[in-house]
Design a binder for this molecule. Structure first.
Ligand SMILES: Nc1nc2c(ncn2[C@@H]2O[C@H](COP(=O)(O)OP(=O)(O)OP(=O)(O)O)[C@@H](O)[C@H]2O)c(=O)[nH]1
Ligand SMILES: [Mg+2]
Length: 342
């Protein structure tokens, strides 16, 4: 699955319609007063979150969006028609920034959440509006306000339930290919995964959750080493973190500490998520080694520690069930917190 998660688009609000200059011309009234109408307002630009969308792919093909201009005012005090607004639909979880200065304009999370990005120009006043006792026949009207243009950076944060984090080559992509229908590239060298992969894990006919496999992390990722840590934004909003650790590692406890440190440097609050520690590739180790791994003290009392082999399909069912229970528990807690706020 190709997953485009950044797009740059240009949006423009409509120009306001110009005010009109005209004078009443009626039979028997040789010099009628001014009757030029006001221009219509230019259309606004809005962006709305839509739960039916899940990529920013369309914006690659259609990067320009313009609201309609307002129509000019007319004779007989006729107001110009307002320009139509434009409403751009983006997936839930899209952050909208001003491309020029990177400032966040909106963070659209919920379905239907809408944000006014640019207002259309005001309609110009017609000459009728300028009539005063001392100037009963003004020969001027106001120009419509101009529309505004802006480049926006759209950034989609994947809202997966589980994010898999681990060193390169520990088997993250293999795991997602076994528990979901995703078919990411798998290879025996580091940094095979260059962009995140999403997979839907079916626990049974009615239960499913989304897992994100992101490029491998290494020590110093927060300082730009390896693939860097910018992909962590994809797991910022997950419910659970799955730390995948290679059973063949020389120092699993240290691996775990390094991973936690890199997450912490990116965003401290990431570590507040539910965690699960999982050893991969147990088909490649001896029983004795497995027993040794089971004795490692991670000092994470509430964190389940599991042992799997994606290749030999060992421990996979238990992992799916554990993740499912954790997600449910997490959602329950979040709902309780929300209820107590309301
Ligand atoms: N023996 C064994 N090998 C595995 C298992 N899972 C993955 N591998 C192998 O480990 C290597 C790396 O697998 P990937 O799934 O590409 O690892 P990754 O963590 O996604 O790697 P990056 O994308 O580079 O970070 C491949 O050669 C896989 O065949 C497993 O359960 N057992
Ligand atoms: Mg990979």
């Amino acid at each position: 699955m190709k997953f485009i998660d950044i797009a740059i688009i240009t949006v423009k609000s409509g120009k306001g319609g110009d005010g009109h200059i005209s004078f009443r011309r009626e039979k028997g009234i040789p010099k009628g007063g001014p009757d030029g109408g006001t221009g219509g307002k230019g259309g606004d630009v809005y962006i709305i979150a839509d739960k039916n969308l899940n990529t920013l792919l369309d914006f690659k093909y259609q990067p320009y969006y313009k609201a309609e201009n307002g129509q000019p005012g007319g004779k007989s005090n006729k107001t110009g028609r307002d320009g139509k607004d434009i409403i751009i639909r983006v997936p839930c979880g899209t952050i909208i920034r001003n491309y020029e200065n990177n400032e966040i304009i909106a963070d659209l999370i919920e379905d239907g959440q809408i944000c006014l990005i640019l207002e259309g120009g005001k309609g110009g006043k017609g000459n009728a509006e300028y009539a005063t006792p001392t100037n009963q026949a003004p020969r001027y009207a106001q120009k419509g306000g101009s529309g505004m243009e802006m480049q926006l950076l759209l950034e989609l944060k994947v809202i997966a339930d589980v994010g898999i984090v681990g060193f390169p080559n520990v088997g993250k992509s293999t795991l997602i290919s076994v528990i979901s229908a995703a078919k990411p590239k798998i290879a025996d060298y580091p940094f095979t995964t260059l962009t995140p992969n999403l997979g839907i894990v079916k626990v049974d006919t009615e239960k499913s959750f989304v897992v994100a496999d992101i490029p491998g992390l290494i020590e110093g990722a927060s300082k730009g080493k390896g693939m860097g840590n910018e992909f962590l934004r994809h797991i910022e909003r997950t419910n659970c973190l799955l730390f995948l650790i290679d059973s063949l590692s020389n120092n699993p406890l240290n691996d775990y500490k390094i991973l936690k440190n890199e997450l912490k440097s990116y965003n401290k609050s990431i570590l507040e998520k539910s965690k699960i520690i999982c050893f991969s590739k147990i088909d490649a180790i001896t029983e004795d080694r497995l027993e040794q791994l089971k004795k490692i003290k991670f000092r994470e009392p509430k964190t389940p520690i599991l042992f799997i082999s994606s290749v030999a399909n060992k421990g996979i069912e238990e992992l799916k069930q554990t993740l499912w229970s954790m997600i449910q528990y997490r959602k329950m807690i979040v709902n309780e917190v929300n209820d107590s706020i309301i």
